[in-house]
Design a protein around this ligand. Structure first.
Ligand code: ARG
Length: 606
């Protein structure tokens, strides 16, 4: 199905052409002044320049042309040259009925048959997840789901940091504590113990201790660096220990990501690209794009048009060690070999922007990706506390993700204290609602902007929050149950296979404006529903989950206005009751699909 603005634009373009103007000026969008009209076209301003006429005169001609078309309930020319448009109620209801009949509520996937890799975990092995990992995980998961809805075959990669200094630090600290373990004896040739000598909670203590020590102790730091080099060269004992640490750490990370409802198709790490680095560098040397700079092997990536400084991309440091950039480049080689992606999206802290620019330019220069492959860096902003300062624990430490989630869930539990539920059910639901609060609070902000984490606002059951949207769905559910509509269970929204067939019969929805005037709150709700495809198109093209949040917030608000004005369950006129049921089923479905795309789970009650 065409987007609603697309249909209006087509009609306007035809009118522009009929009046002798270029049809391109007929683009319509959602109105900035919903008090005056539903849609607007600003094309007359630009047309006025080309045709050297007053914009208002052109607008009047177009409006004249549209008069008599029952598609519109209003088409007005307004100074200085806007065209204000509203649609007839029957058109709105008809569009909504078409949505109900269509797959994906009429949203047309734009990229079927293409492949996108989304790189969005970035957690470091042996270090617990902290607040900084929250945004890439939830934005990345949502972007991946949106891209999939838009037709891409998607592959989410955790791209774990499993090969760098943190591992060297852990090895060094463990060797200092238990030098007798066979992993540290270079002469040892026997079998290593089959169990990792440390647990995940040991690691959580070992890493920070080692990291702090390395900052004070030069000699210790250099031992840790040597350990990394030895590990990467394949020292037997280190590899054995590293594998065991990897296993327990990965299992723990998986549990944490699962809890967030974030799921990766690939659990690759930086180490997986290691074997590809040297052959890749050899190719680059052959191509003649590398040079030696102060002992390091680099690729120049500066371009004449650069406004900012663009240092060369370092492939090998002067000691011959590969680094972060070489790993990311080799990972691209691997992705190209295995998936031939049309698009690679990185959701990583925006402070890594320079690194990715260097990597992207080098990969183009080296021909690692095809010219048409899109490389996109979606740099996320930082989460600050309520007052805009960096997020810390009370004693100034780094805030663990689990602790943050715990705080949010506790807050929700407080609000649900009067609910008639068993303790177990309440805990389960509070966790679902808490995660929704956390995710929605994050996703409703533009990904690239920093935002302040305000636990009271995020967990509120009113306003632009996750709990408010969930509450709306739960409310619709309860109305449907009261109307005997168990059919809504069939709706696919929440575990989307995208093939929705909304369970009401042909003609129900059209009953909304048969032999009656529809009310303002019904009209608003219909209008809000019809922007489903436009919102999704924008979110997919711009990688903008926040656009989906504003869509469902508005839709929920419109629903609640409608609910306030009408008594659905007790309505006596059968055709009207059916029309309302059809309408709210559609709202339920739209909310469910979008929440799924945001990675948010809906409880059955709350
Ligand atoms: N592990 C990295 C860090 O903590 C983030 C990885 C991001 N992804 C990438 N392909 N470089 O900074």
């Amino acid at each position: 199905m065409k987007t609603i603005t697309g249909i209006i634009s087509d009609k306007l373009s035809a009118a522009f052409s009929d009046c002798g103007y270029d049809g391109k000026y007929g683009v319509a969008g959602i109105s900035n002044r919903p008090d005056l009209c539903q849609f607007q076209c600003n094309g007359c301003m630009a047309a006025a320049k080309e045709y050297k006429k007053a914009p208002l005169a052109i607008a009047q001609e177009i409006v004249q042309k549209l008069s008599g078309d029952t598609f519109f309930s209003k088409a007005e020319a307004c100074p200085p040259g806007f065209i204000n448009i509203s649609l007839s109620d029957a058109v709105l209801a008809g569009y909504a009925a078409d949505m109900a009949r269509s797959e994906r509520l009429g949203f047309e996937p734009g990229h079927t048959g293409r492949t996108a890799v989304v790189d969005y975990g970035g957690a470091n092995v042996a270090k617990p997840l902290h607040v900084g990992h929250l945004r890439p995980a939830i934005i990345g998961e949502s972007v991946k789901r949106i891209e999939k809805y838009d037709g891409y075959e998607t592959i989410g990669d955790a791209h774990l940091g499993d090969w760098g200094l943190p591992i060297g630090l852990i090895i060094t600290e463990m060797a200092a504590r238990n030098p007798e373990l066979p992993y540290f004896d270079p002469e040892y040739t026997g079998e290593y113990p089959d169990k990792c000598p440390v647990s995940i909670s040991d690691l959580e203590e070992i890493y920070p201790t080692a990291s702090a020590r390395s900052k004070e102790d030069e000699e210790y730091r250099s031992r840790a660096r040597t350990a990394v080099v030895d590990l990467q060269k394949g020292r037997r004992g280190y590899i054995a220990l590293w594998k065991q640490i990897m296993d327990i750490s990965k299992a723990d990370l998986r549990k944490n990501y699962d809890n967030l409802n974030v799921h990766f198709e690939l659990w690759n790490g930086e180490s997986d690209a290691d074997a590809l680095i040297m052959p890749m560098i050899e190719e680059m040397k052959k191509k003649g794009i590398t040079r030696i700079s102060e002992g390091a092997l680099v690729v120049d990536v500066k371009e004449d048009t650069d406004k900012k400084e663009m240092p060369p991309c370092i492939l090998l440091k002067s000691d011959g060690a590969a680094i972060y950039a070489s790993t990311d480049l080799a990972t691209l080689v691997d992705r190209e070999n295995r998936f031939h992606p049309d698009k690679v999206i990185y959701v990583v802290d925006k402070r890594q922007g320079l690194h990715f620019e260097q990597v992207f330019r080098t990969s183009r220069k080296a021909g690692i990706v095809r010219d048409e492959t899109e490389l996109i860096f979606l740099g996320n902003g930082t989460i600050n506390d309520k007052n805009g300062s960096p997020f810390k624990t009370r004693d100034g430490g780094v805030m663990r993700l689990e602790a943050l989630i715990g705080d949010v869930v506790d807050k929700v539990l407080e609000k649900m204290s009067d609910r008639d539920m068993t303790g177990e059910e309440k805990n389960r639901i509070a966790r679902i609602v808490g995660l929704a609060a956390l995710k929605y609070g994050d996703l409703s902000n533009q990904a690239t902007k920093d935002y302040n984490f305000d636990i009271d606002r995020f967990t509120s059951f009113e306003g632009n929050t996750g709990p408010y949207i969930l509450y709306t769905m739960v409310r619709i559910r309860s109305i449907l149950e009261k109307c005997g509509m168990s059919e809504f269970e069939k709706l696919t929204g929440c575990d989307c296979d995208f093939k929705n067939v909304t369970p009401f019969e042909e003609g129900w929805l059209e009953g909304l404006c048969k032999d009656r005037e529809i009310s303002e709150s019904e009209r608003k709700l219909l209008l809000s529903l019809t922007s489903f495809s436009s919102a999704l198109r924008y979110a997919a093209d711009e990688l903008a989950p926040h656009r989906l949040c504003s869509f469902i917030y508005e839709l929920s608000d419109c629903f609640n206005g409608f609910y306030h004005d009408n008594r659905i369950v007790t309505e006596e006129k059968d055709s009207l009751k059916k029309a309302w049921i059809a309408l709210i089923l559609l709202v339920y479905e739209a909310l469910g699909i979008v929440l799924y795309l945001l990675g948010i789970v809906v409880p059955e009650r709350m």
